[in-house]
Design a protein around this ligand. Structure first.
Ligand code: PGA
Length: 236
């Protein structure tokens, strides 16, 4: 079953979350759906019986890191997943250098990782070297922890995020095939790969015809509960 991961980023307020839950409750299949709301609202989704994740974790387990949130604290809110290496974290918070360490912390705490990778600029051909570098950097030091089930890659071309544009079907298909093959050849792990970047009601049918996509990481479009109800019904 394809995963639907809803990344709210720093959007929505408490009243919106209450309304969101009202709209979807009892109307949506929960097994393949994971919500990544802002930290203050994680427990609201958890208490309503939905799977929840955090949009990031601190690179330290506990300690003097003002403004950060520990994985142990997030676990108390009910998370079973965390996104690591989202391009916005890489851009604003220098996350590139903490990826390997954050994956280590998540997996040793039995939290599943959605690792975001993707090239910055739209290109004619897949930038295999860039993708390999992001994958190898993330896997280094964590090989004894990663297995087929606890790490999922989200392929998110950065230029597609929030732009309304998505790569061609063939490009997504080839890139996902490349990512899976590289990880299998080098690490002997069968990884699931999500597509992320401007997924919407307008392109979900097109994306559904692409081979190899194991689910979606959805930002803007997931802010409206009606959209997620709609997408969820299409993927069943
Ligand atoms: P978008 O964001 O769907 O709004 O493009 C996706 C993401 O950043 O994960």
């Amino acid at each position: 079953m394809k995963l639907i991961c809803c990344n709210f980023k720093m959007n929505l307020l408490k009243k919106d979350i209450i309304n969101y839950l009202d709209v979807i409750n009892n109307k949506i299949k929960k097994d393949n759906l994971i919500f990544f709301p802002s930290i203050p609202y994680i427990s609201m989704f958890n208490e309503a019986g939905f799977k929840v994740g955090s949009q990031d974790i601190s690179f330290k387990e506990l300690g003097s890191i003002t403004g950060d949130t520990s994985i142990l604290q997030l676990k108390e809110l009910g998370i079973s997943y965390t996104i690591i290496g989202h391009s916005e974290r890489r851009e604003y918070f220098d996350d590139d250098k903490y990826i390997s360490n954050k994956i280590n912390l998540a997996l040793t705490n039995s939290i599943k990782v959605i690792l975001c990778i993707g090239e910055k600029i739209k290109q004619e051909k897949i930038d295999t070297e860039f993708l390999k570098k992001e994958i190898d950097e993330a896997f280094k030091n964590n090989l004894n922890l990663i297995n087929n089930n606890n790490l999922i890659i989200a392929y998110e071309p950065i230029w597609a995020i929030g732009s309304g544009e998505i790569p061609s079907n063939i490009c997504i298909e080839e890139t996902i095939f490349f990512i899976k093959k590289h990880i299998f050849d080098k690490y002997k792990i069968n990884i699931n790969v999500l597509y992320g970047g401007s997924v919407s009601l307008d392109n979900i049918d097109i994306l559904e015809s692409v081979k190899g996509i194991d689910g979606y990481l959805i930002g803007g479009c997931s802010l409206k509960p009606e959209n997620i109800l709609n997408i969820s019904s299409k993927l069943m």
